[in-house]
Design a protein around this ligand. Structure first.
Ligand code: DSN
Length: 443
């Protein structure tokens, strides 16, 4: 990519971006919420659309000069409605958390009861966790997953009947299985709740038909646009036909909650790039891409299990895998994350269901295949990567997380230094770099 002007103007940022590009090129990006946006998406992001203010909506702006901003936003809206089979789309939310705050603002009053998938069980902060606005401003009820790792629908039904929530969330950030939209709709409809699907992680899979669509079952859909959808960092809120049937003013309530409720001027450069990503996602190659994401995740999951690692729910239906490290010790995620990073594999430590340790020292590692699949990697590469991941985690087996907080810091510091010097991990790092060279980014 040509960054001639940036190089002339700000050498420091230019160099930092070069270093980040090299990091992305030479390593395996396996954080399941990350991806590589196309050059076309980035060209739209880095365009003159960033120069404009356009509070309001197409045809109803507070400032002049929005003819072409309207054009871009209308394209994004129409493409979003088609992609998700929705009656209404708002493409202005700045990101996933603001989008979810806007849903609360649209349909709830402070103190209402809401219900979501518990964070340690793979849910999202904004679905009612105690430290986020959903848990702070509302009476939050959380449902969980069962011992087998699948959502506990019986518990969700019982809690919904007992608490009559205004909103029920379905969707999560660390759940490797398909979401039971139909079953959750039965529960929500029985108690008269709005059912909101937060499909941030799986929106690309839904568009490609690789994961069932929530559209027939839920009233509202929220999603970020930069995960499996492979667009810019942004978000959307969609209202379904079912949503409008429940509440004919729902679309208007959502629009008012986004602006002026929570946001000011939309990020028009992001809107344009979202339109581009939705156009790309409507192409047949994207369907093949999404199928390959899941095929890769399944191949990787099998390899990890064949090598003796335990996975939450025993596998995956999606792009995401959650390794349960309690077979080594509770809280071991920090050592595994460090070893993987040293080996050139970027993943994140994550809680597992019924987390025996804590969110900061969790017992799992979360992995995903969307970014590697964008590079063109397939099942054969996943098998090799599965072997590297297992070998890297094996290198950490002797470490133990002390109970005492001060001792903990000292042990982690020493372990990190030790891991960075580890010869086996350095050898994997070399091999990872060689593999990455065969799958260049932004050719
Ligand atoms: N931070 C995102 C993730 O990694 O899943 C969720 O918001």
């Amino acid at each position: 990519m040509n960054r001639k002007k940036l190089k002339e103007t700000d050498r420091e940022i230019y160099t930092t971006i070069r270093k980040e590009l090299k990091r992305q090129e030479e390593g395996l990006e396996m954080i399941p919420s990350e991806n590589f946006a196309s050059k076309a998406v980035m060209e739209a992001m880095g365009s003159v659309m960033t120069n404009k203010y356009s509070e309001g909506y197409p045809g109803k702006r507070y400032y002049a000069g929005n003819e072409f901003i309207d054009e871009a936003e209308n394209l994004a809206i129409e493409r979003a409605k088609k992609a998700f089979n929705a009656a209404h789309a708002n493409v202005q939310p700045y990101s996933g958390s603001p989008a979810n705050a806007e849903v609360y603002l649209a349909v709830c009053k402070q103190g209402d009861t809401i219900m979501g998938h518990a964070l340690p069980d793979g849910g999202h902060l904004t679905h009612g966790w105690k430290t986020s606005f959903g848990g702070i401003f509302f009476k939050s009820i959380q449902y969980h997953v069962k011992a087998d790792g699948y959502i506990d629908l019986e518990e969700a039904r019982r809690l919904a009947r007992e608490n009559k929530p205004k909103i029920i969330w379905v969707g999560a950030s660390a759940y490797p299985r398909q979401f039971p939209f139909r079953e959750m709709a039965e529960i929500a409809d029985e108690v008269g709740a709005y059912l909101v699907a937060d499909v941030a992680h799986i929106s690309g899979l839904i568009i490609a038909g690789v994961h069932p669509s929530p559209s027939p079952y839920v009233h509202i859909i929220t999603t970020t646009t930069h995960k499996t959808l492979r667009g810019p960092r942004g978000a959307m809120i969609l209202v379904t036909e079912k949503g409008l049937k429940k509440d004919p003013e729902l679309a208007d309530k959502i629009d008012k909650a986004v602006f002026p409720g929570l946001q000011g001027g939309p990020h028009d450069h992001t809107t344009a790039a979202i339109a581009v990503a939705l156009h790309e996602a409507a192409q047949p190659e994207f369907t093949e891409y999404a199928k390959q994401i899941v095929a890769n995740a399944k191949a990787l999951a099998s390899e990890l299990m064949n090598n003796g690692l335990k996975l939450v729910s025993g596998g995956t239906d999606t792009h995401l895998i959650l390794i349960d490290l309690t077979t080594i010790e509770p809280g071991h995620g920090i050592f595994a994350q460090e070893a993987l990073e040293t080996a050139g594999i970027t993943a994140n430590k994550n809680t597992i269901p019924q987390e025996p340790s804590s969110p900061f020292y969790p017992s799992g590692v979360r992995l995903g295949t969307p970014a590697l699949t964008t590079r063109g990697m397939k099942e054969e590469e996943m098998k090799q990567i599965g072997k590297w991941i297992t070998a890297a985690i094996k290198e950490t087996e002797a470490y133990r997380l002390p109970e005492d907080k001060e001792q903990r810091q000292e042990t982690i510091k020493k372990a990190k230094a030790d891991i960075r010097r580890n010869k086996a991990l350095k050898q994997i790092r070399k091999e990872v770099r060689e593999l990455c060279k065969k799958f260049p980014l932004y050719k």
